[in-house]
Design a protein around this ligand. Structure first.
Ligand SMILES: [Zn+2]
Ligand SMILES: [Zn+2]
Length: 92
């Protein structure tokens, strides 16, 4: 999020009150507002691994019950594939 001296608190609030999915760019709906006047207390759906805001289509719940975006999922699959091939090399 860009934050500079020229950004007024009102502009900052407006920026924060709109979140977009970090993957497909879909505008996200606020899940929960603990204080409707304070955007700092609002919650959006986000990836528990990289903290990026994500929509339901671009994320899934992993086996530990955490939300995981497709980026993190692909990263994990790629890493486990690499580890597997390394393992085979050292075993052989
Ligand atoms: Zn998305
Ligand atoms: Zn993620």
């Amino acid at each position: 999020m860009p934050w500079n001296l020229h950004t007024t608190p009102e502009q900052w609030m407006r920026m924060k009150s709109k979140q977009k999915c970090g993957i497909c760019g879909t505008e996200l709906e606020v899940l929960f507002k603990s204080d409707p006047r304070d955007a700092d207390t609002w919650f959006w759906m986000q990836c528990d691994h990289c903290d990026e805001p994500v929509c339901g289509k671009c994320s899934d719940i992993d086996k530990d019950g955490n939300r995981e975006c497709t980026d993190c999922y692909q990263d994990k699959v790629f890493r486990s594939m690499k580890e597997e091939s390394y393992g085979k090399e050292t075993e052989g």
